[in-house]
Design a protein around this ligand. Structure first.
Ligand SMILES: Nc1nc2c(ncn2[C@@H]2O[C@H](COP(=O)(O)OP(=O)(O)OP(=O)(O)O)[C@@H](O)[C@H]2O)c(=O)[nH]1
Ligand SMILES: [Mg+2]
Length: 446
């Protein structure tokens, strides 16, 4: 996969929210133009993103209704790009954006989905929050709603918006000759901390669309290629951390169970799966440094299941030897991804601050409650079947940490003499949201 970039085309009318979605799902536009260059795009010129070497995005040229020139440009682009033999030049995915409103499906959509496309397409119904707002305003003016309080009114509006989506978009789109793989509604994408923008659903459906793009008679090589593209997209996207965690667990376990023993997991493989988070480090010895740091606080930690000094040593002695080895490997995988998750939440821009990362890893290995929980969950699973000779499958292993809440470090992670700088502080706040980050930026003791 080395050097390969995921190539995405995003189309939709001017102002429907394309640039905003890209800023959340792909990172910051390298040219830093944001929404300034609205409406004017050259579809051939791929956008790149800061600290993200895995993604190229083509933006449509103010794609408007049906038979216009732009429609022909987009069509020709897809036809040519999506059928290229060379996977690095090929178009891998189309996001077709439609702004939510109460109008029925437009001619452009009907036309677009009336021909077979040689590439998976997902429809994004954007600004769904605005549709709800419009409906809410109408409801507020209606006599029959006078007895409802604000929450009840909002709930009613949301319900009507979903019905409207079903009638105006989902059903008509699904009835077209070559419907999109999936239709995802997006809300409040422009807000820095939306309650639920559903961007993670967009990531999930995009990956599913890639994996399902094979015909029944697709060759093994083709299937493998699509699977690889799905993984590449998960690494490249910046909107769904859980997807990165899952992929990392699966990839680590894929290489881990071949020969049980005191084998350590492949840290490079693991760090690679978080690629966008580390790309700003490229070119120096960061990978080696991070690998060693993880080994020290994971593979060589006395927290490891089966350690002589651990209080549940007796329980583990009832297990088969193979199960003990498997459980230890599982714990190293989960500990590593949990540390990585915390590092990412620190803010990718500042991962270069080694002192901060090291302090965080030490915290995980010490007072962090998540680490204790991970170990307890694994112990519980295996105590149920101590005679097993194999450990958990990757999905089962991921399920152990899927619902764990992110624990915010309550230690001093500040950098430099004056504590964290303002931009780092902002990064933490954006990522951790309202999780109570007080105490993160205590000034360093002099
Ligand atoms: N209410 C609401 N507004 C949004 C949402 N997403 C984007 N916007 C706003 O819509 C406006 C247009 O968004 P852009 O992302 O620039 O749209 P675009 O499709 O890239 O537009 P062009 O580049 O001109 O084609 C901006 O003012 C955004 O803040 C959303 O989910 N809800
Ligand atoms: Mg734009």
């Amino acid at each position: 996969m080395a050097g390969l970039r995921f190539r995405l085309l995003i189309i939709g009318k001017t102002g429907c929210g394309k640039t905003t979605i890209l800023s959340k799902a792909c990172g910051e536009d390298e040219a830093g133009k944001g929404s300034e260059s609205r409406g004017v795009h050259n579809i051939e010129k791929a956008l790149r993103f800061k600290n993200n070497d895995l993604l190229l995005v083509h933006d449509s040229e103010g794609f408007e209704a049906g038979v216009t020139k732009e429609f022909a440009v987009v069509n020709a682009f897809i036809e040519r790009r999506a059928t290229l033999e060379d996977v690095s030049e090929r178009l891998h995915m189309v996001w077709y954006c439609v702004e939510a409103n109460s109008r029925p499906l437009q001619h452009a959509e009907k036309e677009f989905f009336s021909s077979k496309r040689p590439v998976p397409v997902v429809v994004l119904i954007t600004k769904f929050d605005m549709l709800i707002q419009d409906i809410l305003q109408e409801l507020e003016g209606e006599e029959e709603n006078e007895g409802l309080d604000d929450d009840e009114l909002e709930e009613k509006a949301a319900q009507i918006a979903i019905e409207c989506f079903d009638e105006n978009y989902r059903k008509p789109l699904e009835a077209l000759q070559f419907p999109p793989y999936a239709i995802v509604t997006l809300s409040d994408t422009h807000k820095s901390k939306p309650d639920d923008s559903r961007l993670h659903e967009l990531i999930k459906q995009t990956v599913a669309a890639l994996k399902s793009a094979n015909d029944a008679d697709a060759t093994t090589q083709k299937r493998e290629e699509q699977r690889m593209l799905g993984d590449l997209f998960v690494m490249a996207q910046t909107a769904d951390l859980a997807a990165k965690v899952e992929l990392t667990v699966i990839r680590c376990m894929g290489t881990g169970y071949g020969s049980l023993g005191m084998r350590l997991i492949d840290k490079k493989e693991m760090i690679d799966s978080w690629n966008t988070c580390w790309s700003s480090w490229k070119g120096d010895d960061s990978f080696t440094w991070l690998s060693k740091l993880l080994q020290k606080h994971v593979d060589l930690s006395p927290r490891l299941i089966g350690h002589d000094a651990s209080p549940d040593r007796l329980q583990v002695q009832r297990w088969t030897r193979q199960l003990e080895m498997a459980a230890r490997l599982e714990q190293t995988v989960l500990d590593s991804v949990m540390i990585m998750k915390h590092i990412v939440l620190l803010d990718a821009e500042h991962i270069g601050e080694r002192a901060v990362v090291e302090r965080l890893a030490r915290w995980y290995d010490g007072p962090c409650k998540t680490a204790v929980q991970v170990r307890a969950l694994l112990m519980d699973r295996h105590n149920r079947n101590p005679h097993a000779t194999t450990g958990l499958d990757p999905e089962g292993l991921y399920a152990i940490i899927r619902d764990l809440k992110t624990e915010v470090p309550d230690i001093d992670l500040s950098v430099g003499d004056d504590g964290a700088d303002a931009s780092q502080r902002k990064g933490f706040q954006a990522k951790f949201g309202g999780l109570g980050i007080k105490g993160l930026f205590k000034k360093k003791d002099k």
